[in-house]
Design a protein around this ligand. Structure first.
Ligand code: FEO
Ligand code: CA
Ligand code: CA
Ligand code: CA
Length: 708
């Protein structure tokens, strides 16, 4: 999401600054034919890799072996094409950009259509409460409905079916200016129905706070395709996980001092998940939800703010949620409102939640097939503004690497490598508790190093006393080891054909002298060469020997976002009106080798030409060094344009490649005035017809395969 998007427009003093899914391998539902295709692709790439080596390209890991039967993020998925050479060719024509805040429909290539699936407020369990289009549903109803601000998601087939599965969807945030509805005053100005203290800006209505907490988190929704359309069903697995759902901590920080609160004196338990942004998934069929901008929710009145909180940009007001405003309400349970204010109040105090700040910023593992399971916060994977947690290539007998961005200016790219090897015949479902967390350090020569954030390192021992502290304050640990500051790392994705890892770097207008007072001195640096970088770029890395646990890698930049009309110094990939983009955010290789790029362009020059969008490219089909450039940029095509003021995020392909699920987040966002339209409904965002974030199911009218 855009860093400014989540900040409530409040009186000036309260305005803090801001900021793939492959179909899963469910029950070993492999399709032998697909494996053959993948193997052929890999051999072809191995050949190309050798040629690249000869030509002196950056990538050292040329010796690709053919996919083993259980390797590759998508190697096992069913359906798909029949001719591997087709992978090189996208079959649709790039669509025109469309711009305008009032636009309340989407653009798709000819022959494609979409269905609206799971908009905010859709009843998904319990009494299946109907959505009130004026925002007047209660907190209890919201607990049985889809949350708002859909973000990362994944599809888990049930018993390997093409037409039935669990769609698991993140709900990142909400627009407080109309989430509870709004009214128009005599001057036609929008007045939010959120009740707040006019002096402090703090919320005063506990029911509204409970509803806001209920809208965050994750929805697990069973869907089935019937007569060509996907519909919501419920056979007992549908679930809402919210900012109040009990959670367990595991890994090095669990039951340590840094997590102890009045609610959990041992530090073993927590409550809720918030700002659920990108996603990950595991080969043992669990979902990873990524807690991003928790600094918008936990606040402190400490002055000065201690380094451990300041380094995570925790302020006295956050994004204005301030759920602690209703602390002491008769409906409060065990300080569930008070906890959001993390100001120390004395160790004996019933409202001392100084360590609640450390309860967020984690990767949270959810078993979607266990509706009563307790989500687990996997602390070994580190605490920061987690954007995503996509695995690299998964192979039996090898560890699994999960790649994670920390989305803020000048933050780092991380990977977590499991200590254990993946054994598909006897999955270890706690693999995420033991392993090594690394931060990336890029060198100018196109190589890079993974820096282990491990307490055995004397540099870290000089600052921290335990691995619990290292993972909890991972940003500080990565600072000390001099990881490379990046231009806001968002999603990563893994090329199923080559194993290369791609990362979206969404933008950065705060480099060098303007940056936070840290080790950010080399501005611009080689992996982030433009300053300012208002448009973002896509970087690509490859592990040495293609080993998940490698401590060295090679890298180059795949593509630069830019307005089509900019100079070559800015528009380095030669983008045209057919594919100009900015703010790359969501990123997803589908199992066929098509890479999808979703944007959150934040209102720059590209936004004047097109609303946020979804583009597709096949890097393997670009030829040459497979870097997007002015000669081959026509291979990057615009597939979808969203309605006004939305962000396009969240993406997964159905196992048969005939449905592409994407999320439209905050269409018609208010930006301090009023919603600009009512998407997905017709209308202009009137108080009785609010816009809603939603999942869309995109399909071809002839029921053909998407994009190829
Ligand atoms: Fe929630 Fe970094 O996007
Ligand atoms: Ca994002
Ligand atoms: Ca956004
Ligand atoms: Ca973003």
């Amino acid at each position: 999401m855009g860093q400014d998007d989540q900040t409530l427009n409040l009186p000036g003093k309260h305005r803090p600054k801001r900021g793939k899914t492959s179909p899963s391998k469910h029950n070993n539902q492999s399709t032998p034919f697909r494996n053959i295709v993948q193997a052929r692709l890999s051999r072809r790439d191995a050949l190309r890799g050798s040629l690249e080596m000869a030509a002196g390209t950056l990538f050292m890991g040329a010796g690709l072996s053919a996919c083993s039967s259980d390797s590759g993020n998508g190697g096992e998925t069913s359906g798909g094409g029949s001719d591997p050479d087709r992978v090189a060719q996208l079959s649709f024509d790039s669509v025109q950009g469309v711009a305008g805040e009032d636009v309340n429909d989407v653009v798709l290539p000819e022959g494609y259509t979409y269905d609206v699936l799971i908009p905010w407020g859709t009843g998904i369990l319990g009494a299946f409460p109907a959505f009130n289009a004026d925002g007047s549903n209660t907190a209890d109803e919201q607990n049985q409905q889809s949350g708002e601000w859909h973000d990362g998601m994944h599809f888990f087939p049930i018993n390997g079916a093409d037409n039935r599965g669990l769609l698991v969807v993140n709900h990142e945030s909400l627009d407080m200016l109309f989430f509870h509805g709004y009214t128009l005053d005599g001057d036609g100005k929008a007045v939010p129905n959120r009740e707040t203290d006019p002096e402090t800006g703090l919320p005063t209505n506990a029911n509204q706070v409970r509803k806001e907490m209920a809208s965050h988190g994750v929805s697990v929704v069973e869907i089935q395709r019937m007569s060509g359309r996907w519909r919501i069903t419920d056979t007992g697995m549908n679930r809402r996980i919210t900012a109040e759902t009990p959670m367990t901590f595991s890994g090095p920080a669990a039951s340590s001092e840094v997590l102890q609160t009045k609610f959990s004196p041992s530090g073993a338990q927590g409550r809720g998940t918030i700002n659920n942004c990108g996603r990950g998934f595991t080969p043992w069929n669990t979902y990873l939800t990524c807690e991003e901008n928790f600094r918008g929710y936990v606040t402190t009145q400490e002055d000065p703010i201690p380094e451990e909180k300041n380094r995570y940009a925790i302020t006295n007001f956050g994004f204005g949620y301030r759920w602690d405003g209703v602390a002491g309400d008769s409906s409060e349970v065990d300080g569930n409102f008070a906890r959001w204010d993390t100001t120390p109040k004395g160790n004996g105090a019933s409202d001392d939640f100084r360590n609640e700040a450390n309860h967020f910023g984690w990767i949270v593992e959810i078993d979607p097939f266990d509706p009563n399971g307790t989500p687990v916060k996997r602390t070994a994977m580190g605490r920061f503004a987690h954007e995503g947690a996509e695995p690299g290539r998964i192979e039996a007998g090898k560890p699994i690497a999960f790649y994670c961005g920390d989305d803020d200016e000048n933050e780092y790219i991380y990977k977590f490598v499991t200590a254990d090897n993946w054994n598909p015949d006897n999955p270890n479902r706690n693999m995420l508790d033991n392993g090594t967390l690394y931060a990336a350090q890029f060198s100018e020569d196109g190589t890079g190093k993974w820096l282990a954030l491990d307490i055995s390192n004397p540099t870290l021992q000089s600052r921290f006393s335990s691995q619990a502290e290292v993972v909890t304050y991972a940003r500080i640990a990565a600072d000390l080891l001099e990881a490379t500051p990046m231009d806001r790392p968002e999603w990563s994705t893994t090329d199923p054909n080559t194993g290369e890892i791609y990362f979206n770097l969404t933008n950065n207008d705060e480099k060098g002298d303007d940056a936070k007072d840290r080790n950010v001195t080399d501005s611009p640096n080689s992996p982030n060469p433009r300053d300012p970088n208002l448009w973002g770029h896509i970087i690509r890395l490859r592990e040495n020997d293609d080993a998940p646990g490698a401590t060295r890698f090679t890298w180059n930049i795949f593509a630069f976002g830019a307005p089509a009309g900019e100079s070559e110094a800015i528009n380095r990939s030669g983008l045209t009106e057919a594919n100009q983009f900015a703010g790359p955010d969501g990123l997803f290789f589908d199992p066929r080798g098509v890479m999808w790029i979703e944007t959150d362009n934040g209102g720059n020059a590209v936004a004047e030409a097109t609303n946020d969008q979804l583009l597709a490219v096949v890097p393997a089909g670009l030829g040459g060094d497979r870097t997007l450039n002015s000669q081959n940029q026509a291979s990057l095509k615009r597939f979808f344009v969203g309605p006004g003021r939305c962000e396009v995020t969240g993406i997964v392909l159905s196992p048969d490649a005939r449905t592409l699920f994407i999320n439209v987040q905050h269409p018609g966002q208010s930006f301090g005035s009023r919603p600009s339209h009512s998407f997905p409904a017709k209308g202009n965002g009137d108080p009785g017809n609010l816009p809603r974030s939603t999942t869309l199911a995109i399909r071809r009218e002839d029921d053909g395969e998407i994009a190829l």
